[in-house]
Design a protein around this ligand. Sequence first.
Ligand code: J2J
Length: 562
Amino acid sequence: MLAGCTPWPPEFAARYRAAGYWTGETMDAFLRDRARRFAERTAVVGGTQRWTYADLDARADRAAAGLARLGVAPGDRVVVQLPNVPEVFEVVFGLFRLGALPVYALPAHRRSEVAHLCAATDAAALVVAGVHAGFDYRELAAQVRAETGGPARVVVAGGTGDDGDSGDTVDSGAPAERDGFTSLAQVRRLGEGQAPPATAADPADVAFLQLSGGTTGLPKLIPRTHDDYLYSVRASAEICGLTPDTVYLSALPIVHNFPMSSPGFLGVFHAGGTVVLAPDPSPATCLGLIEAHRVTDAAVVPPVALLWLDAVAGGAHADRDLSSLRVLQVGGAKFGAEAARRVPAVLGCALQQVFGMAEGLVNYTRPEDPDETVFTTQGRPISADDEIRVVGPDGAEVPEGEAGELLTRGPYTIRGYYNAPEHNALAFTPDGFYRTGDLVRRTPTGHLVVEGRAKDQINRGGEKVAPEEVENHLLAHPGVHDAAVVAVPDPYLGERACAYVVPRGTPPGRGELLAFLRGRGLAAYKIPDRVEFVAAFPATGVGKTSRRDLREALRAAHARPA
Ligand code: J2J
């Protein structure tokens, strides 16, 4: 296994194989097989581009051969930061075909996050868009290289440039073959007519690295194997009833774990269906795509679901023909029961709640569940071999039906983060259960209800923010003596971030402080929504004050009416 990763103990691996969960299929073999079975069916629609399974397979061949000629070798890590454009599949499957490991960055990530990913994985290459949504990713790549001295190669993946109507054009700009920058078009040319490298990836080994939501100063990397991930994909596709007729809309960034695997684009490819890429999650864009492509399944986070509901119920999009829509999946953050009830009433489709995590465990409400279960729970685990423990602060299981922290272990839940032995000692129990940090209650049917959180994280409408990471950046400002970032309730996003700052001398201006954070290359969703200056932090009891207690005290003070 990739160095720095924690394998499943052999007896567990043997059990998961015997049960038929781990089949020995690699990501590359997965695409080859589906391309053979569904060759002329449409795999991907994005902007004006429409690729069949055979097209995608041929593109993966060319990309693999071209990347190999560029010097990317089997086992290399390659950071991929691409928006919702079809090229993301070409690049990712090209890397799998070559035996290299994609490391997924979100389009919202900026210099701080991308530099960390490149350095933490010793990445051989970085793949970025050109200019997308008004942001120049080539500039970002240049800054990352200036800061970290790596990666040696940057691939700029551009669209065809003729699909500006949907607003998702990627402008790769003038071919910049200098300074280690290569356009994807050039990579394709390099790979043209070449046999793709013969790969022999071990299905039990790591296929790619996902980014965790994070609770600490720097986000952790999640190593997922071919075996474990494809099990979750196949099982998800079955639970969700995907078929070759499925037309799936991804309104979320496609490299996030939810639209990738729950059942996500991989589930759709497993079944031979079609993935439609939405360049943005707005009702105008997405409801238009649902109508135009007769979309059957869509996946969103709660704030996006609320926007769509209001757009249809409020009249702005009341005349949209959404009759093709079979199911709306909502997950990533808690979806309240009242909003949940509106989904079938307003959109005329079924709701499926999805409670998952990039570390593994995914829960779904099932199509056959009673309505009340679908509205009021976050589903039950994929697998009969997902082991669930709900424990109190003492680590002992709480009585059935009471809330406690969710611990889990199973055939597609990691046993450790990448290169993080100290963090792993805290995040996993000695017997290998992952401490999710989620507070849940289990119903008699085994469905889980998310009641809250025991981890240091802000869930901003599905986007995860680690307070410590933002605090560390704030503390770098000369005018900041101390800082604590806490979640404050928000009717739309669920939570927003508020930074409490104890200034050093004259307080810096709020705008200046936020510009400072942006200047440090932090993703926009991590920039606090509010800044409050306070003379001192509340004393939270005698002795050493933990950051957690401090954030809790600030949150409580905030919640009290003035
Ligand atoms: C409450 N909290 C939820 C839900 C995730 C499918 C769906 C989502 C993710 C995801 C994913 C929640 N209600 N329905 O990877 O495959 C919070 C929990 C969880 C954390 C994981 C997937 N669905 N959450 O959101 O790795 O706190 O994955 O531990 O981004 O999101 O975040 P992430």
